[in-house]
Design a protein around this ligand. Structure first.
Ligand code: NAP
Length: 436
């Protein structure tokens, strides 16, 4: 009998799982359940607005969605419209592909002051995610400290210092563009608790920092080693050694850039562990302790300095949002290579934490498809018929893929200045496109 599978989440890991399942057997039907009317998860709401090429991968997902065995149910929220227990009753297999959408906890003294903003909210805000559309963001400051030296930290720093002209042909949310470009931000400090050899950003992303119209990268030459000591090479692994070598070369080039005449600066502050957020009710600065890296770990030296800033954005990684009926530990679903239980599987960041690039989600899809094939050779549960009936009974308003394409067409029609789209950032506005 046909196997019915529900995939919860329509980001990269959800679509790659659908693709693997479609390949793994003919007699399968797949329903992709998404909380927002809009699909594609991090491709729409996480990838930086000025990285349009990365977003082109959505075309491949569109092809997967057009397979007659796949149905999209947008605007259906697990927890609100249906529970995991109910889905497990209805479907032979349920695959969780909900990603990691909340900030990893960050709690140094002063972390609750006004002006400390988790990166999940900040990225969601500039990307037009409905959850963060109405964030009351105060950008009235010349200094911003971004904590962390990964690719998300780099994205945030870049979006804060690019000019309106540099962002014109992007899908930066219009309200975010207005706020960022009206702000007096001049100095963005990227604080890494470890050094350039341990930085998590990749080289293409780092190099972009040297190509900005009005912002210069500021790097202390004394913090950039000539080469990678063998013990560090062993510690970080062969692939990371290659990235670190390229990063060192780029950072050395940055030390030679003359910032004179540039209005803005992005300061790379390595060996700077944040220890306290300063100020009264509002943030006025970030205190960091100078560190040394010993056996790969940041060790404090007892030497402190203060960074003047009115906004602190910890970009230190994400946790997955807990889901009722799913065991969680360390910010992700407890699983054995993706298997949570027979009939319940995890893929992508909810399986393995927030790491890797978009393509890193493909093997997760393959693993889930193989496990489903092994655990459930025969289907039998009603799948979509039961879901549709359930949703009709509780007043949900599911959005089909064809309806999403109409929303997308309206976003594209509203775009100006070479931008790919002007996003709707309120669910009500998306529904109005469909229902008037
Ligand atoms: P990440 O790469 O894990 O970087 C997190 C950063 O936060 C690291 O520098 C880490 O330092 C630091 N950190 C963690 N806990 C900290 C703490 N308590 N105090 C101070 N610093 C702390 O995470 P991410 O930047 O969120 O990126 C997530 C994934 O998305 C990555 O795989 C990334 O490559 C990917 N991504 C890719 C792109 C792109 O390709 N353009 C763009 C965005 C995101 P330690 O190393 O010392 O722990």
């Amino acid at each position: 009998m046909t196997l019915s599978v529900a995939i919860v989440g329509s980001g990269p890991s959800g679509f790659y799982s659908a693709e693997s399942l479609l390949r793994s057997r003919e007699d399968v039907t797949i329903d992709i359940i998404e909380r927002l009317p809009t699909p594609y998860g991090l491709i729409r709401a996480g990838v930086a607005p000025d990285h349009a090429k990365t977003k082109n991968v959505a075309r491949a997902y569109e092809k997967i969605a057009s397979d007659p065995r796949v149905t999209y149910f947008g605007n259906v929220e697990v927890g609100r419209d249906i529970t995991i227990a109910e889905l497990r009753e209805m479907y032979d297999a349920v695959v969780l592909a909900t990603g990691a959408s909340v900030d990893k906890p960050f709690s140094i003294p002063g972390h609750d002051k006004e002006g400390v903003l988790g990166v999940a909210a900040f990225v969601g805000w500039y990307n037009g995610h409905p959850d963060f559309r109405d964030l009351n963001l105060n950008l009235d400051t010349e200094g911003v400290a971004v904590i962390g030296i990964g690719n998300v930290a780099i994205d945030v720093a870049r979006v804060l210092v690019k000019t309106p002209a540099e962002m014109a042909a992007t899908d930066l949310a219009d309200y975010a563009a207005a706020a960022v470009h009206a702000s007096p931000i001049k100095d963005v400090y990227m604080c890494g608790r470890r050094g350039p050899l341990q930085a998590q950003f990749t080289n293409v992303e780092l190099r972009e920092m040297g190509q900005l119209d009005v912002a210069a990268p500021i790097v202390d030459a004394a913090q950039i080693p000539d080469d990678i000591p063998p013990e560090v090479a062993d510690e970080i692994g062969e692939r990371n050694v290659r990235v670190a070598q390229r990063n060192l070369a780029t950072l050395r080039e940055f030390t030679e850039i003359d910032p004179t005449g540039k209005d803005k600066r992005v300061h790379f502050r390595f060996f700077s562990n944040p220890v306290e957020i300063l100020g009264g009710d509002r943030v006025e600065g970030l205190r960091v302790e100078k560190t040394e890296v010993v056996d790969g770990r940041a060790v404090g030296t007892g030497e402190f300095s203060d960074i003047p800033c009115g906004l602190v954005i910890p970009a230190i990684g994400y946790y997955s949002e807990p889901i009722d009926g799913v065991p969680f530990e360390d910010g992700r679903a407890r699983n054995q290579d993706g298997r949570i239980d027979v009939g319940l599987y995890a893929v992508g960041w909810i399986k393995r934490g927030p790491s890797g690039v978009i393509g890193s989600n493909k093997p997760d899809g393959d693993a889930a498809a193989a496990q489903i094939l092994e655990d459930l050779p025969e289907g039998g549960k009603p799948g979509q018929a039961a879901l549709t009936q359930h949703l009709a009974g509780n007043g949900a308003r599911p959005i089909s893929f064809e309806e999403w394409k109409r929303i997308e067409a309206a976003e594209e029609a509203n775009a100006t200045d070479g931008a790919p789209r002007r996003k709707y950032s309120r669910v009500a506005d998306m529904l109005a496109v469909l229902d008037g």
